[in-house]
Design a protein around this ligand. Structure first.
Ligand SMILES: CCCCCCCCCCCCCCCC(=O)SCCNC(=O)CCNC(=O)[C@H](O)C(C)(C)COP(=O)(O)OP(=O)(O)OC[C@H]1O[C@@H](n2cnc3c(N)ncnc32)[C@H](O)[C@@H]1OP(=O)(O)O
Length: 157
């Protein structure tokens, strides 16, 4: 049986996110999974021709930032739900959003094979998490990411 990705259970607004919403037909539709439950997550994604930077076989830096952003925020939510003992549900009781995103581009990222992002939470606060990630293509480290994800409380709550 195919493993369910974290984003597969999102519904409503969450499923429309351009980077990770499974119901946004124009988006990247990334899929995040545990690599090591509670600790490390993984996302593998195949670039398409339209995701190119100026050079045909180089992935756009903006797309790289979006992949890192969405996988990292999804990681923060997965860790928060895991730590609180919640099951994944279509409307998770804990939502995180991006407060800051930093990407270091180490080398051009080729587009002919899938890219893999591995992420883990390296600092946990009451309302925020620091998520560090590495993006690989063809087994080479091409970019690093650092995201501050903050717990989001809708004004209506
Ligand atoms: C509104 C949209 C709703 C969407 C609902 C659906 C969500 C769907 C999720 C699915 C996965 C999506 C993945 C894509 C993720 C995005 O693309 S989200 C879109 C881009 N991000 C945004 O639009 C966020 C805009 N910014 C904000 O709304 C507010 O600035 C924030 C981030 C909620 C922070 O608000 P705030 O009032 O400053 O929060 P506050 O309680 O004062 O601070 C909490 C903690 O965070 C720290 N902090 C706050 N900002 C920063 C910062 N920039 N750097 C470092 N630390 C910071 C504070 O120092 C504080 O730390 P502690 O004192 O607890 O140690």
């Amino acid at each position: 049986m195919e493993q369910l990705a974290f984003q597969d259970v999102f519904s409503g607004d969450l499923s429309q996110c351009w980077g990770c919403g499974c119901h946004n037909p124009h988006g990247l539709q990334i899929k995040s999974y545990w690599a090591e439950e509670g600790q490390e997550t993984i996302c593998t994604w195949q670039p398409q021709d339209q995701h190119t930077a100026a050079w045909l076989n180089v992935l756009s830096g903006g797309i790289i930032a979006s992949l890192i952003d969405c996988h990292s925020v999804s990681t923060a939510m997965m860790v928060a739900l895991h730590d609180a003992g919640y099951a994944w549900t279509s409307e998770p009781p804990v939502i995180y959003i991006t407060a800051s995103l930093q990407v270091t581009y180490l080398k051009p990222t080729p587009m002919t094979s899938p890219v893999t992002i591995r992420a883990r939470v390296t600092e946990k606060g009451k309302k925020k998490m620091l998520v560090q990630s590495s993006l690989f293509a063809q087994d080479e480290l091409c970019a690093r990411g650092e995201v501050v994800a903050v717990r989001y409380t809708p004004a209506t709550q």
